[in-house]
Design a protein. Structure first.
Length: 317
């Protein structure tokens, strides 16, 4: 009997590990962070957070709605639900008191999502020109240009960008193949390959700049985008995804561009918007970005065509 109990305990622990492994570490951290806020709300009002009930969740969503976007409310709801599942509790997130409350909040607030601004071609050129004018050490300038150009050219998420290793690269006559081993929408690690062709203008060419970076540093294995120690000594430590955001904001400011509404995602959304502006279709954009649905890509296409297909262009005034 004791052996059976021990076996069941081992199976229970292994099952919990499987449930945790089904989500990326960043996703689990986000769940925990969101749930901490929910738990604090419940604690202030003497309510139970785990397990909780739909009425309490609905009250929390109403509380959040004063200062948060609809997308934030939906994400918090998912987080609360997932923490319950991981702890073995059931929470009915489809309960009418939650669903109809969200619908009411959406009608009051509206549901237009205003994302971060994309980095477009004119921004990209101003950034690279600005880096070239800096009096920094050459090694830092080459690295930063490579990060920004590869991030834009491949439509990478910032976490994907910093995860690239030398072993993931293959230079071919047409340009560069980058194997992405895992991403946000590829949790099982099936991988994908992105192809970056050579640009006519070498100054803004992602492939040429990356080649120059690798030759300059003689990196032949491990992470390609690395941190510097004090001074300009290159370490073997991988750059953090937050560093990408800071670099983007830094060089936007130096280029004379208001950087408040730009973020790490601006490289990825910039690629998709510019590609759509130059006539790329949904499939080819999704093949590069790795989007699994057309919803977000169509938003980029709509943005790119806002003035191109504008009815006012037919007017002669």
């Amino acid at each position: 009997m004791s052996e059976l109990t021990t076996d069941l305990k081992i199976l229970h622990e292994a099952t919990l590990e499987n449930l945790k492994s089904s989500k990326a570490n960043n996703t689990l951290r986000a769940y925990k962070s969101d749930f901490r806020d929910f738990r604090a709300f419940c604690s202030r009002h003497g309510l139970s957070s785990l397990p909780t009930e739909p009425k309490i969740v609905s009250l929390y969503l109403t509380h959040l709605s004063k200062n948060s976007k609809i997308s934030t409310l939906r994400r918090r709801l998912v987080s609360i639900s997932m923490v319950h599942k991981l702890k073995g509790h059931y929470l009915d997130t489809k309960h009418p008191i939650i669903v109809e409350n969200l619908m009411g909040i959406r009608r009051v607030k509206g549901s237009i999502q205003k994302g971060k601004k994309p980095i477009l071609i004119n921004h990209l050129k101003l950034i690279i020109n600005s880096i070239n004018k800096q009096k920094n050490e050459e090694i830092k300038k080459i690295r930063d240009k490579s990060i920004i150009l590869i991030g834009f050219g491949g439509g990478f998420r910032r976490t994907e960008l910093i995860s690239i290793d030398f072993e993931d690269l293959e230079f071919v006559p047409e340009g560069l193949k980058i194997t992405l081993r895992k991403s946000k929408t590829d949790q099982f690690g099936e991988g994908m390959v992105k192809g970056l062709p050579y640009f006519n203008n070498e100054i803004y060419c992602p492939v040429k700049n990356l080649k120059k970076w690798l030759e300059f540093t003689n990196i032949q294995n491990g992470p390609i985008f690395r941190r510097f120690s004090k001074g300009s000594s290159l370490t073997d430590k991988r750059l953090s995804d937050q560093s990408v955001v800071l670099l983007i904001k830094k060089y936007l400011k130096l280029a004379g561009i208001e950087n408040k509404n730009f973020a790490g995602h601006s490289l990825r959304s910039g690629f998709a918007t510019v590609a759509a502006e130059f006539g790329a279709d949904e499939r080819s954009i999704m093949a590069m970005t790795g989007h699994k649905t057309t919803q977000m890509v169509r938003r980029y296409i709509k943005e790119a065509n806002l003035f191109k297909n504008n009815a006012l262009n037919k007017l002669e005034i």
